[in-house]
Design a protein around this ligand. Structure first.
Ligand code: NAP
Length: 288
């Protein structure tokens, strides 16, 4: 029997419309709208498309987007000055530095300069520390999106065996932290994991974030498991996930498609984080 298809597009649309509703309430209460600033350095066409998509999505939910395009040869000093200016700008609630940066700029170092209370990507060391310690803060968008997909699929995470393939700072590590917070038993796999298929077969929930098209095969999946495919791989026959969808679909109880699964959730949670940042800023302002 085929698995339930987890419709990320529809679930993301629900998150976005809830954010839009809450933004109107926010605007009524405070007389201003949450502001999302994006910084795009250089002219990489892929990054430009991503930034334009984030700008458009934030405008659609009633936020105030602003974009700071900088030439590819921007100096570190100029970029630092811009980040510091945006950190101090009370009309800017969220700051997003689009990665990757040109080679002479250190993306990790510069992302780390963003005020953690405006870090809507949830990628600064302070945000990562807050997540690890269970302190309130802004969480990375894609892992939050996966949690929402699992909830909508009815996954019982408490006590469940969850296997995450991938240990990146962007996805795998924060994903494992959120799952631990939900009381799952989490195993994180990577390129040195011994007998990856056997580890995956233990999973009640299997999450793949590797970047290798259709790597996860049907015989890696426990019958009835929920499978979430984070991978986005460009192949000669279009976009493919990390999971061999057609075969795994016959074994899993629920599965995310690519495209239309995890992808749409990332922007939806960027918007939610921006609203959360705006609320945190007003709450902080009120208590000063
Ligand atoms: P990444 O930084 O390249 O990390 C890939 C991870 O996979 C690493 O931990 C690596 O292990 C592991 N890995 C590589 N080959 C492996 C193998 N043969 N067996 C087991 N593990 C292996 O990638 P990422 O940023 O986490 O992204 C992963 C995928 O998710 C990509 O396709 C990316 O496009 C996609 N993604 C999608 C979204 C979205 O919005 N939908 C967001 C984020 C990422 P080592 O650590 O040992 O090298």
């Amino acid at each position: 029997m085929s698995a339930q298809i987890i419709d990320g597009k529809a679930i993301a649309a629900g998150v976005r419309s809830a954010v839009a509703h809450d933004v109107e309430g926010f605007a009524e209460q405070f007389g201003e709208r949450p502001g999302l600033a994006t910084i795009l350095v250089g002219d990489d066409p892929g990054s430009a498309v991503y930034v334009a998509g984030k700008q458009k999505a934030s405008a659609e939910v009633g936020m105030e987007p602003s974009n700071y395009p900088l030439p590819a040869d921007t100096s570190r000093e100029d970029l630092v000055a811009l980040i510091e200016r945006l950190n101090d700008d009370s009309l800017v609630d969220g700051i997003l530095l689009q990665l990757p940066l040109p080679g002479h700029l250190d993306g990790v170092e510069l992302t780390g300069l963003i005020d953690a209370d405006k870090d809507v990507d949830g990628l600064t060391p302070v945000s990562a520390g807050r997540l690890t310690l269970g302190i309130d803060g802004l969480r990375p968008c894609t892992p939050q999106g996966v949690m929402a997909l699992l909830e909508s699929a009815g996954a019982q995470l408490e006590g469940a065996e969850v296997v995450v393939i991938g240990r990146s700072n962007l996805f795998g590590k924060p994903m494992a932290q959120l799952l631990l917070e939900a009381n799952a038993t989490v195993t994180t796999c990577h390129s040195r994991t011994t007998d990856l298929p056997a580890v995956c077969r233990r999973a009640d929930v299997l999450i793949a974030a590797v970047g290798r098209a259709r790597m996860v095969k049907a015989d890696w999946v426990k019958p009835g498991a929920i499978v979430v495919d984070v991978g986005m791989n460009r192949t000669h026959d279009g976009l493919a996930g990390d999971v061999d969808f057609d075969a795994v679909n016959e074994v899993a109880s629920a599965i995310t498609p690519v495209p239309g699964g995890v992808g749409p959730m990332t922007i939806a949670f960027l918007l939610r984080n921006t609203l959360q940042a705006a609320r945190m800023a007003r709450a902080k302002g009120a208590s000063i």
